[in-house]
Every structure is written in structure tokens, then in C-alpha cells.
Design a protein around this ligand. Structure first.
Ligand SMILES: [Zn+2]
Length: 271
């Protein structure tokens, strides 16, 4: 086992005369180290203060934003007087119910307006509606779409002038070809004060299918109500000029009367 020879240490010590110098240097070093530590502590404090200030500024900004938003909402809510808002809501409700009332009896209608052209959709204004005219297509087995296409093609071929506001298919489909505020070319002398409905059919005698008949009742009932008219204001094309249209209702006067009665009953049932 080794042990330290203290005498050897003693002997290694610097001569007595140099000791104060070394002590001074030691003190200076220690002083420098202390100063360095203090400076580092100061820097750390400054850094902490800097970040604390940043955090504080962010919080203040956030709080300001939140406060601003709350005030803005309060301002918006207090801007409109409650009575005014009530009146506005009531007016909106009334308008809605008026639209719903008018639409209540409206059958399902496929709006497929013709391209404006001089032969089937001249785009002239329809100033008034005194009668609703019922027609048949005079072309058994053709669909509502086919008859609409026929009117559309007249704009290209210019073969003749003809159209109707509505075409009802033998499956009951209702296609609207012309807006209600425009005239069509259906009843020569009455184009400017009436609306016309073409009906498709399959039977050679010109009688309508049940589906066509029901759609015709629904559509005419809605139009009569819309224009303040009565079932007596629904006419056959035949009643204005003598053309055999719609054939079945011309050849079977009783069927025509029955149709108008069914229409009246339907309107009564709807109030
Ligand atoms: Zn006709």
C-alpha cells in the first residue's frame, strides 16, 4: 500500500517569497470567474424578462381581441330594435305562407320552355287570361316529350305556327313549354287572352287515359284558381272556331259535361 510522503509535498512547494504573488493571481482568477458568473446570471435574467414581456404582450393582445369580439357582437344585437325585427319576421312569414298557398294546389310540372322563336314561342306578353283551352294532339301514341319537340322544331323548320303552354302526356306527365306571361299559338283568335293545354292520348277515339284525365283536372283547377276563374271558363278548342279538338270531348258532349263537373267537384273538395 502506498502512502503520500507529505515531506515530499512540502519540498515541492514554491519558495516562501513567491507565495503572495500566486495568491494575488488566484484571487484575480476567482474574481474574473465570479464576474463571468454574475454576467451570465444577468444575461439569463434579461432573457427571462424579455420572454416574460413577450408572453405578457401576447396575453394583452389576445384579451383585447376577445373583448373586441364581445363588444362587436353586443353592438350588432343592440343595433336592430326588437319591434322592427318582429315586424320583419312577420312579413317574411306572411310572404312565405302566400307562396305556399299559391303553390299548394300546383300539380307537379316539368318546366321545359321552348327556345324563343317566331313559330312557337314568339315571346310576346300575355296581357290577360279569360279562358283555359283544352286540346288533343291529333297524333295518337305520341308522348309529351315528342309533342314538345315538335313545337321546338317548328322554330327550325318554320313549317307552321303552333304551340301550347302545357302538354300532358298519356302517363300524366305535365310539361310546360311556355311561361304563363307569354302567348302561345294555339287558338288563333284567342292567343292573347287564354292559356292552352294539349293532351296526348293512345286510343283512336281520342279519349284520354285516366292519368291524363287526372292531370288535366289538377292543372286546370290550379290555373282557374290562380286567375280567379271558374270551371265554366274551361273551353274546348272546338268552342272557339269549330275545330274538332279535343276529338273525344267534341263527339261526346256528355263526357265533356262530366269533365267540367269532375273539375268543379275537385275544386270544391280542395276548398
Ligand atoms: Zn286544338
Amino acid at each position: 500500500m502506498d502512502y503520500i510522503d507529505v515531506s515530499a509535498w512540502e519540498g515541492a512547494r514554491a519558495p516562501q517569497g513567491r507565495r503572495p504573488e500566486r495568491q494575488e493571481a488566484g484571487k484575480r482568477m476567482a474574481g474574473k470567474r465570479m464576474a463571468g458568473k454574475r454576467a451570465a446570471a444577468r444575461r439569463a435574467r434579461r432573457r427571462r424578462r424579455f420572454w416574460a414581456r413577450i408572453r405578457f404582450s401576447c396575453l394583452v393582445l389576445l384579451a383585447g381581441l376577445l373583448l373586441g369580439m364581445v363588444l362587436w357582437r353586443l353592438l350588432l344585437f343592440s343595433a336592430g330594435h326588437p319591434e322592427q325585427e318582429d315586424a320583419q319576421a312577420l312579413r317574411r312569414q306572411t310572404e312565405m305562407s302566400m307562396v305556399l298557398q299559391e303553390e299548394a294546389g300546383r300539380p307537379e310540372i316539368v318546366e321545359d320552355f321552348l327556345t324563343p322563336n317566331p313559330y312557337s314561342r314568339p315571346g310576346e306578353r300575355l296581357p290577360e287570361v279569360k279562358n283555359i283551352f283544352v286540346h288533343y294532339t291529333a297524333n295518337p301514341g305520341t308522348t309529351a316529350e315528342q309533342n314538345r319537340s315538335y313545337f321546338e322544331n317548328l322554330g327550325i323548320t318554320g313549317e307552321t305556327s303552333a304551340s301550347a303552354h302545357f302538354v300532358i302526356g298519356f302517363d300524366g306527365t305535365i310539361i310546360q313549354c311556355i311561361p304563363l306571361n307569354e302567348i302561345g299559338y294555339a287558338v288563333k283568335s284567342r292567343n292573347y287572352d287564354s292559356i292552352s293545354i294539349e293532351c296526348c292520348y293512345q286510343s283512336e277515339d281520342g279519349s284520354f287515359t285516366r292519368a291524363t284525365y287526372d292531370s288535366l283536372i289538377e292543372l286546370t283547377a290550379w290555373l282557374l284558381k290562380k286567375y280567379g276563374l271558374s270551371p265554366g271558363d274551361v273551353l274546348r278548342h272546338y268552342d272557339e272556331g269549330g275545330k274538332k279538338c279535343p276529338l273525344y270531348f267534341v263527339e261526346h258532349e256528355g263526357a265533356w259535361e262530366a269533365f267540367r263537373q269532375d273539375l268543379a267537384d275537385y275544386m270544391d273538395s280542395k276548398g
